[in-house]
Design a protein around this ligand. Structure first.
Ligand code: ADP
Length: 426
């Protein structure tokens, strides 16, 4: 092989290895692959990688070829005055013919792993403008010192390796962030569960004694106690919403399935809401099939779904607007839609409104009450029945929520009679 062929062969090898490097997202195995390749391509006895700690600015050994490489891990190397430090600062490769006589050589590492460094080649690991570390090859075999060709080869490898290292670090940071998010989510669920349970008992006492006092009170005090009772009932509804969510999340909620006419249930929910809707200056229309629609489902839970959708349509539609509720067949499944001519939902929020606590308007500036839990409960309940729910909307023109339900729940195992009570009044 002549010199040109040899260089071509090395470049091909770097290209080949760069594909491998970019597909390795775990930092440990990636670094090992890089040092093995570096030693092979430069015909050296060994190679190592030092990375710069972005927080402290320190340079530390991360890995090296050979069995004792783990003893190297995390050994700090001074940035000032060392060979690796100089490469890091100047972003230029350095060839050292004999490290034993070079005052910049940091001998502590060689002593630790029982390897003496003679010749050395160090190149920067650079991603765009940033130098993230140093790649070193040590003890050139045969002729004894590193050549310009070795510098070019190691620089080419380093440029691919640096990108792969940065990617692997980003992937690991992302994984960590996901784990932290998962933990936060768990804490949030725990908080909802604990808070709702802890609040329920004292509130029941308040309601009980306020009701008793109300019976014994004179007219003036009774009016005041009515206000106390109304406020306490509102609080109870909020707590029940939180409880229901935590039952749903913990899988404690079960379906109590019976066979009933869905048309009748939808009509009843609409009629219950009609006075409230009309007293808010809105009109309510219904499009129901002529024949009954028998469904096997949990009646109470489907009522919660309908109540939430109707309550939202009412909350987010200004006076003069319309709410339309339609029920029909969608193939062998049943479809309920609640359409309003209200404020609408921005496209980027259409998926997120089903997330816990998500509200389109900022909580501080919003005019409507609510905790952003209703739709996540709706989604959970519909999915328990093996159905699906989604929203479509044009901002400023209105929204449509569609619920599709199978004639009987697919998750038939969760049917029981001893289910957790589920009563939510929004
Ligand atoms: P809440 O209504 O208590 O805030 P939900 O989970 O029921 O919580 O709804 C989440 C968010 O979705 C609402 O805060 C609102 O921003 C948006 N939303 C829900 N229904 C409608 C609707 N019919 N029209 C416009 N926005 C809606």
């Amino acid at each position: 092989m002549n010199a040109l062929e040899r260089r071509l062969h090395k470049l091909e090898r770097i290209l080949e290895i760069s594909r491998e490097l970019t597909s390795t997202v775990s930092l440990g195995p990636l670094l090992s692959k890089i040092v093995d390749t570096a030693a092979g391509l430069t015909d050296s006895e060994g190679a190592s990688i030092l990375l710069r700690d972005a927080r402290t600015g320190e340079l530390r050994f991360r890995t090296a070829t050979g069995e004792k490489s783990d003893q190297l891990a995390d050994i700090p190397v001074p940035v000032e005055g060392s060979i690796a430090g100089t490469v890091l600062m100047c972003r230029q490769p350095i060839i050292v013919a004999d490290a034993r006589t070079d005052p910049r050589h940091f001998g502590g590492v060689g002593e630790k792993i029982g390897v003496e460094t003679r010749s050395l080649l160090a190149v920067p690991l650079q991603v765009k403008e940033q130098c993230i570390g140093v790649l070193e090859a040590m003890n050139k075999r045969g002729e004894g010192t590193f050549s310009q060709e070795d510098v070019e080869t190691l620089m080419a490898l380093a440029s691919q390796a640096a990108v792969a290292i940065e990617n692997a670090r980003l992937v690991s940071a992302l994984r960590k962030a996901y784990e932290q998010l998962g933990e936060l989510d768990r804490l949030k669920s725990n908080f909802i569960s604990i808070a709702s349970h802890e609040l329920r008992t004292p509130l029941s006492l308040i309601l009980l004694y306020a009701a008793l006092l109300r019976e014994e009170a004179g007219e003036k005090t009774a009016t005041r106690l009515d206000a106390v009772l109304r406020a306490a009932m509102r609080l109870r509804n909020i707590i029940e919403t939180m409880l229901n969510l935590s039952y749903l999340e913990s899988g404690e909620l079960e379906l109590e399935v019976t066979c009933f006419d869905l048309r009748e249930e939808v009509a009843a929910a609409c009629e219950d809401y009609r006075p409230l809707i009309e007293s808010n200056g809105l009109s309510l229309t219904t499009e129901l099939p002529e024949r009954e629609m028998p469904i096997y489902a949990d009646r109470g839970k489907l009522r919660v779904v309908l109540d939430n959708l109707l309550s939202n349509a009412l909350k987010f539609t200004p006076a003069g607007g319309k709410v339309d509720v339609a029920l029909g067949w969608r193939g062998r499944e049943m479809e309920i839609s609640v359409t309003d001519t209200g404020v609408g939902i921005p496209p980027q929020a259409l998926e997120r409104i089903f997330d816990r606590f998500y509200q389109v308007e900022d909580h501080m500036t919003r005019r409507q009450g609510g905790m952003g839990l209703g739709l996540s409960i709706v989604k959970g309940l519909v999915e328990m029945h093996g159905g699906r729910v989604w929203a479509e909307s044009k901002e400023g023109e209105g929204s449509r929520f569609t619920v599709v339900l199978p004639p009987q729940p697919k998750t038939h195992d969760s049917v029981t009679s001893g289910a957790v009570p589920f009563t939510m009044l929004k």
